[in-house]
Design a protein around this ligand. Structure first.
Ligand code: ATP
Ligand code: F6P
Ligand code: MG
Length: 938
């Protein structure tokens, strides 16, 4: 037997197999020594310790006699017979009690098995076998693999270890095998719970935690019903399995339940919680909840030493348990629609709730407009105005009332009436005022919707209605952003608890712009509490400062756009500029919001905004420059497409001299381009042409807007979020259809040019089995592996599984393996056992109504761009820039630098692929095994 045959079970020091009598013990010892080639390390009367005598040995195998095993020969034989199916319907990585060996000489093993008439099975094919399964004489499953560290996180050939298979049937159910796995590095039992108000995305968070915990070799548990479940213990704490969280990405609310639990706010409640966690053997607790829940988690953490001491002193736990549970390893993933936690830009659920509110206000707009009415819309947020502010911004509401920026009753009433009157005098037929549930005046008296309505009726004589949105705001499936945030936070939380030592401060997982971050939980809780304290002590300035910096920026922008007095702009005459905006490339969600924000902000500052219609070709052929009339753009925030028109024509493709002529004619002093890769190329051409045309020697800013997200200089382009949401809805529907049909897989073809961004994120948020992207291409080997995996999962479902399967494919992933060809190959390979169809959403991916994220980011980017133009000195190099988000920062990068050093022109892409980690996570969470050389290296 090959000497490099070594046990593969990660992190274990030895395995014990039990035989029921001497005869089966002898057979088993013979099997592992003579056939497998293990050596005897220690031998006793009724047990033997075997090992592999090469330095790579990490695990020994112990075989013992246990006469209490009440298992009949007949059952063992039956189980051995059953093992024939293993490999076809199940993967050994999903069966805890499999014994795995790595070997480079699998052919020899097969030949030995053949000659000794040992039952075995080869996967995936006889020509190039990667893995062989066999049954040992005790009925346990033994697998031989050629893959290096096939069980490990850093597997060389396979990057994942799990498949989506049903629970192990044969070995566990039969109790033939009692396999003890004793870890060298202790395996963690990680519990997750959801707490406080439910929030869309909590299920995605639990799913990610459960699956990445399993992936990391840990045991996941769920604490049901929030802190109530923790206080009650027992059945409220349950082990979770891979399949338990299948389909959870789509589900709203929280499937493990949540609660607001009084008992936990008292020490006796926390004492029972502590005991219950210890009894269940939990080593780490991940709490997904809002500011209250994480405050509770922090109290629990800080009290833990005294709680376990009390339990020890009362005799409720043994000293051994006391010693073992000295430290509570706790981590927060922030889930709340309120977005009121400090140290993170967004909480799980906040953007879904914002989406519900924006849709509702869009609907209300139509009826308000029809009757020329006013509506007071009350939104949630007990102590935080984020939802009110962002929805006001995204729907261009007339006025908002939030707890962080209160004024006296007289002030807010006067200001609101003045703004509403001004808007009405400019021709607006509707009035929308958004009131946060927790809105207050500066004497801390609450401002109710009724108060607001009374002012609108009594002072302005407006026909006014109140709409309280209520719990609709917490309903429904999570938006794409929340699925992504919840999933990445979950993966990071598991990573964080595994890395935590008793000296590391307990972490909270948050996000800063585009980067998942870890922050000390205690610090985040302290900061959050200080916001409430600042409001209570009427120090509103401090409350604003303590909120995330984007919050004050959004508020400033909202006020600037809405309260602008066009007759009294803020800037002195000499600083006012003529600024033009143009859309270039394919339509993308948020383009209109950018134009709206740019124009209204310009008006407030005293700049003159111009729109260039129908791109550069429109300008060159029809002199399509227009000045902007406020009332004509008032509803642009909620419109998809591009109201000013957009196309792919580059300046060089028309007459660049003519373009310069019009720039000069209108005396543009700044230009904002909103668009994708063509806009990027256009900016470079204009910048380059500055030598010949002085008209282009003005500050120019590109706001990336393309669903392909392929503009160098940014990790986020307007339109991506809208696209992902459309795609997510589409995939959910298609997946539901596949699930209903039981045995069907859909190959979904997505756009994105040569960029695999959209395909990758679509896989992540819809739970697709795989995504094929242009950066990687499609290898036949990988496709074969994916089909094998599908075959396995359909076989394990036996035609009854509700899991629908999706494969996401970028349209440019392969010239040969087209969507149809892939579907045909799957059909062929499925051999009648399952079915394959194609689904092509096409231009639906461009969106429709823009998402709340694209609307608010469009506004933020546009105002930043105007500010850049306002402040730019005329340094030629640094005044033609791309405004982008890179990891945790918003930044302006000169087009020259990006074009010359960071662009793959032929591929129309940025040079680096920054979403490789996401690809890995998306694969891990569906149990996809991936060939190593498939990582997206360009
Ligand atoms: N100071 C505290 N000490 C102990 N437990 C607390 C504390 N504050 C809150 N909790 C626990 O957390 C639970 C949830 O808190 P809360 O009702 O404030 O919701 P939340 O987590 O802030 O979520 P949301 O505001 O989104 O609904 C409480 O019912 C309580 O059990
Ligand atoms: O559903 P409940 O328990 O009435 O809570 C409502 C509260 O929960 C929140 O929605 C947060 O989840 C607050 O904005 C709101 O005040
Ligand atoms: Mg809260």
């Amino acid at each position: 037997m090959a000497l490099d045959t070594v046990p593969l079970v990660n992190g274990t020091s030895y395995l014990t197999l039990y035989a029921k009598d001497r005869s089966s013990f002898d057979k088993a010892v013979g099997f592992y020594t003579h056939l497998i080639g293990l050596k005897v390390k220690e031998k006793h009367d009724s047990s033997v310790l075997l090992y592999e005598d090469v330095s790579r040995l990490t695990t020994s195998l112990k075989i013992s006699i246990d006469e209490n095993l009440s298992i009949s020969e007949e059952v063992i034989l039956k189980n051995i017979e059953h093992l024939k199916q293993v490999g076809e319907s199940q993967d050994w990585r999903s069966i805890q009690s499999t014994i795995a060996f790595e070997t480079s000489d699998i052919a020899r093993i097969i030949s030995d098995f053949k000659s000794k008439e040992i039952l075995y099975r080869v996967i995936p094919n006889e020509l190039a076998p990667l893995e062989v399964y066999a049954a040992d004489p005790l009925g346990s499953l033994v697998v031989f693999t050629t893959l290096k560290n096939a069980f490990g996180v850093n597997a060389a050939n396979y990057s994942t270890i799990l498949t989506q298979v049903s629970k192990p049937k044969i070995l566990n159910d039969s109790s033939v095998l009692k396999l003890d796995i004793i870890s060298k590095s202790q395996k963690r039992n990680i519990a997750v719970m959801t707490s406080g108000g439910d929030a869309p995305g909590m299920n995605a968070n639990v799913r990610a935690i459960v699956r990445s915990a399993i992936f990391r070799g840990c045991k996941p548990f769920a604490v049901y019903e929030g802190y109530s479940g923790l206080v009650k213990g027992g059945d409220y704490i349950k082990e979770m399995h891979w399949e338990d969280v299948r389909g959870w990405l789509v589900e709203g609310g929280t499937l493990i339940g949540t609660a607001r639990c009084k008992e936990f706010t008292q020490r006796p409640g926390r004492l029972s919680a502590c005991k219950n966690l210890i009894d269940a053997g939990i080593d780490a607790l991940i709490v997904c909840g809002g500011d209250g829940s994480l405050t509770g988690a922090d109290v629990f953490r800080s009290e833990w030493p005294s709680l376990i001491k009390e339990l020890l002193d009362n005799g409720q736990i043994t000293r051994e348990k006391y010693e073992k549970h000295q430290h509570l390893n706790i981590c927060g993933t922030v889930g709340s629609i309120d977005n009121d936690m400090c140290s993170t830009n967004a909480t799980i659920g906040a953007y879904s709730s914002l989406d519900r509110i924006c849709r509702a206000i869009d609907y209300i707009d139509a009826t308000a407009n029809s009757h020329s009415r006013a509506f007071v819309v009350e939104v949630m947020g007990r102590h935080c105005g984020w939802l009110a502010l962002m929805s006001g911004l995204a729907t261009s509401a007339d006025y908002i009332l939030i707890p962080e920026k209160p004024s006296s009753s007289k002030e807010w009433q006067d200001q609101m009436c003045e703004i509403v009157s001004k808007h009405r005098s400019r021709g607006r037929r509707k009035t929308i005022v958004v009131v946060a549930e927790g809105a207050i005046a500066n004497d801390l008296t609450p401002i109710t919707s009724k108060d607001v309505k009374d002012v609108l009726v009594n002072r302005l004589g407006l026909d006014t209605r109140i709409t309280t949105l209520g719990h609709v705001q917490r309903g429904g499936t999570a938006v794409a952003y929340d699925r992504m945030l919840a999933t990445l936070q979950g993966v990071e939380a598991v990573q964080a608890v595994l890395e935590c030592t008793p000296d590391t401060p307990s972490p909270m997982i948050g996000i800063k712009e585009n980067k998942i971050v870890r922050r000390p939980l205690a610090e985040a809780v302290k900061l959050t509490k200080s916001v409430a304290a600042a409001i209570d002590s009427r120090n509103f300035k401090k409350a604003m400062e303590l909120r995330d910096s984007a919050f004050s920026e959004h508020l400033k922008n909202f006020m600037a756009m809405n309260s602008a007095d066009h007759n009294k702009p803020n800037l002195p005459l000499e600083k006012r500029k003529k600024i033009a905006i143009i859309n270039v490339g394919a339509p993308a969600g948020g383009m209109n919001s950018a134009v709206y924000a740019m124009a209204t902000y310009c008006m407030s500052r005293g700049h003159i905004p111009y729109t260039i219609h129908n791109g550069f070709s429109g300008l060159a052929r029809h002199e399509s420059v227009r000045s902007v009339d406020w009332i004509s753009i008032e509803n642009w925030n909620s419109l998809g497409g591009s109201e000013i028109g957009t196309n792919r024509t580059l300046p060089s493709e028309v007459d660049i001299g003519l373009i310069a002529y019009y720039f000069q004619k209108y005396q543009f002093e700044g230009l904002i381009l909103v668009g994708g890769f063509e806009a990027f190329l256009s900016l470079e051409q204009l910048q380059n042409a500055r030598v010949s045309f002085p008209a282009f020697r003005i500050p120019m800013v590109l706001i990336p807007a393309t669903i392909s997200n392929n503009v160098p200089g940014t990790e986020y382009s307007l339109g991506c979020d809208t696209c992902l949401n459309s795609l997510m809805d589409y995939c959910d529907i298609v997946k539901q259809s596949a699930a209903a049909t039981r045995d069907r897989v859909f190959v979904v073809e997505v756009q994105g040019g040569n960029s695999g961004y959209i395909a990758t994120f679509a896989q992540l948020i819809s739970g697709g089995q795989a995504s094929y992207v242009p950066e990687e291409g499609i290898s036949l080997k990988q496709l074969e592996m994916d089909i094998n995996s599908l075959r396995g999962s359909f076989a394990s479902g036996e035609g009854t599984s509700k899991s629908g399967k999706l494969l996401i494919k970028s349209s440019n992933a392969s010239e040969v393996l087209t969507t149809e060809v892939i579907a045909d190959i799957i059909l062929e390979e499925a051999d009648g056992r399952f079915d394959a169809r194609t689904a092509i959403p096409g231009h639906v991916q461009q969106g429709g109504i823009p998402s709340a994220i694209d609307r608010t980011r469009g506004a933020r980017f546009a105002i930043k761009a105007v500010e850049f133009i306002e402040n730019a000195n005329y340094d030629v190099e640094h005044t033609a820039v791309v405004l982008g988000i890179e990891r945790s920062h918003l930044k302006f990068t000169p087009i020259r630098k990006l074009y010359d050093y960071e662009t793959r022109l032929k591929k129309r892409m940025r040079k680096d692929v920054f979403w490789n980690d996401i690809r890995e996570i998306a694969d891990i969470l569906v149990g996809r095994t991936k060939l190593k050389d498939q990582s997206a290296a360009m």
